[in-house]
Design a protein around this ligand. Structure first.
Ligand SMILES: *Cc1c(COP(=O)(O)O)cnc(C)c1O
Length: 433
């Protein structure tokens, strides 16, 4: 297959005249991998079609939300039905408590949840709340973890930022990040030292329990338990940022998979079923500090939007009802795919190391093991770029950055997996020639 790119190229040039880089989120510009980003005109199940008529097997799934595949009929119906009754009222609708109920059923440590419109808003609000609850200033995050683009969190923030080689971001005064401590992931000693130095001053530790934003990096055995114990000891809130992992690694997210209860949880992506929704939640004692009950201000014109609630509700109901089949199948197919491609690399003499948890995975063009940002950063991003472009050229759409996790959806088939492995074999053979 030779990919046609004429239309996508035209659309990109047109967009570039009006939108910075032609994109509304930087990674879409393909700067880290080169080549022409396809303009997508349609998705169905596990496949996408671009403006030139090329078809792709998709492993991005809108960066996570599309766990049921693109244009899942039950989600499209839910959105359509909701839209007929009006798209936004700025007043409460019954669907908000419906979505809250199913979210709370998935996360037993949460008694209350507040919906926002993005993951960025969710983490920003959770941190504000943690600072208010503890009356402390410092926050701890980990190198390579991304928690959205709020000022205080744009420190050593993984994928998008790392890919572009920007340590933080221009436009963020040092004073705004002076209370942000960035520590290496999977390093309990570093955390102990920070807690010694800033005793009773750390409001919260925010973590991606399985990191997706430096590529997929799982927690080392006992690491999350250590985080829980250390934060509890110092009365610091532990925030699991499950924007990516929530409803993906298990219906109850990473905290179900690893059996750890954080104090606050942030969510996004799948919770909106492909529409813009984020959420943060925890025990009532903490959540009741949020306005109008308490002094922590947080609001949103389109928060709890009826279309978004309908899409989220349809998605979560389906996942909950079929979780016994969906999650094991995602795990099995993802395992086949991740290992199959790694084997193809090995046979071609291309050194790669892969990490996978459930339906999140990354092939690092790096020495094993990849356990934190420093080891991920050893990746040969040129080699990844060649692999990425060869896959795209032959109908497989992977995340356009070495430092992003790929995702499987429930719509992917055994045939998709086998075709992808065959495509990878070709790609590695080419790389070797
Ligand atoms: C995607 C992501 C965010 C940001 O969510 P947006 O909806 O893009 O603002 C925050 N945290 C994690 C872990 C994410 O993967």
């Amino acid at each position: 297959m030779t990919r046609k790119i004429e239309q996508s190229r035209k659309l990109q040039r047109r967009a570039e005249q009006m939108i910075p880089g032609g994109v509304n989120s930087p990674v879409r510009a393909f700067r880290a991998v080169g080549g022409e980003p396809p303009f997508i005109v349609r998705g169905a199940g596990s496949h996408l079609w671009d403006a030139d008529g090329n078809e792709y097997i998709d492993y991005i799934g809108s960066w996570g939300p599309q766990i049921l595949g693109h244009a899942a009929p039950l989600v499209v119906d839910a959105i359509t039905n909701a839209a007929r009754n009006g798209t936004s009222f700025g007043a409460s609708t019954p669907a908000e408590a419906d979505l809250a109920e199913i979210v709370l059923s998935a996360f037993p440590h949460m008694q209350k949840v507040r919906f926002v419109s993005s993951g960025t808003e969710a983490t920003m609000s959770a941190i504000r709340l943690a600072r208010a609850y503890t009356k402390r200033k410092y926050i701890v995050k980990f190198e390579g973890c991304y928690h959205g683009h709020a000022d205080a969190l744009l420190v050593k923030a993984g994928s998008g930022v790392a890919t572009l080689g920007i340590p933080g971001s221009a436009g963020v005064p040092e004073e705004f990040t002076q209370f942000t401590l960035a520590l290496p992931f999977n390093d309990t000693d570093a955390l102990e030292q920070a807690f010694k130095k800033f005793r009773h001053q750390i409001a919260c530790v925010i973590v991606e329990p399985v990191v997706g934003n430096m590529g997929c990096v799982p927690p080392a055995r006992g690491y999350l338990e250590g985080l829980r114990a250390i934060t509890e000891r110092d009365k610091t809130l532990l925030i699991f940022d499950e924007v990516m992992t929530g409803f993906r690694l298990a219906f109850g997210g990473a905290q179900e998979l690893y059996a750890i209860h954080p104090d606050l949880t942030t969510m996004g992506k799948i919770i909106g079923g492909g529409l813009p929704v984020g959420a943060y939640g925890g025990p009532s004692e903490i959540m009741d500090l949020v306005a109008p009950l308490g002094p922590v201000y947080q609001a949103g014109t389109l928060s709890g939007n009826p279309l978004a609630m309908a899409a989220g509700l349809a998605t979560l109901r389906h996942l909950k009802e079929h979780k016994k089949e969906i999650y094991p199948r995602l795990d099995k197919l993802s395992g086949e795919l991740a290992a199959g491609v790694a084997l193809a690399a090995k046979e071609a003499g291309v050194p790669i190391c892969y990490n996978r948890v459930g339906s999140m995975f990354t092939w690092f063009f790096a020495p094993c093991p990849v356990t934190d940002w420093n080891s991920a950063a050893k990746s040969d991003t040129e080699a990844f770029g060649r692999f990425f472009r060869a896959m795209l050229e032959n109908g497989v759409y992977l995340p356009p950055s070495q430092f992003e996790a790929a995702f499987l959806s429930a719509a992917h088939t055994e045939e998709d997996i086998q075709q992808t492995i065959a495509t990878a074999k070709q790609a590695f053979a080419l790389a070797h020639a």
